[in-house]
Design a protein around this ligand. Structure first.
Ligand code: ZN
Ligand code: ZN
Length: 114
């Protein structure tokens, strides 16, 4: 079993988590889908399985702020906390927390095309 572990906020851990999220989005383990992109803020939902512990995540809401410019902006980019929130048991975790511990201290850059 993967032990609950809160990774330190270091460049190495940040890069590792960002790479894991990027790979998971590329291979379909995670999906980032629009739920409402009609207003000032584009709402997306990140769902799928945690790249670390492979448990199902509760969907995570991602909000891309819309910046209006002269030219239509075709991409939405932001930096988000993507923290594992699986409901499975992980040794070493107290009842106040969920997930395997990864993600919260290492924000991830996400981008979508409109
Ligand atoms: Zn996890
Ligand atoms: Zn888990």
């Amino acid at each position: 079993m993967i032990v609950y572990n809160y990774p330190p906020r270091t460049p190495a851990h940040k890069a590792r988590w960002a790479d894991a999220i990027t790979s998971a989005l590329a291979n379909g383990t995670l999906q980032l889908l629009a739920t409402d992109d009609s207003g000032w803020t584009d709402f997306y939902e990140l769902s799928g399985r945690c790249p670390r512990c492979d448990h199902q995540l509760d969907p995570i809401t991602i909000e891309f702020d819309v910046i209006l410019g002269v030219e239509p902006v075709r991409a939405r980019v932001g930096v988000f906390d993507v923290q594992c929130n699986c409901r499975a048991a992980h040794a070493g975790r107290d009842d106040q927390h969920r997930g395997c511990g990864w993600g919260g201290s290492n924000a991830v850059r996400l981008a979508v095309n409109r």
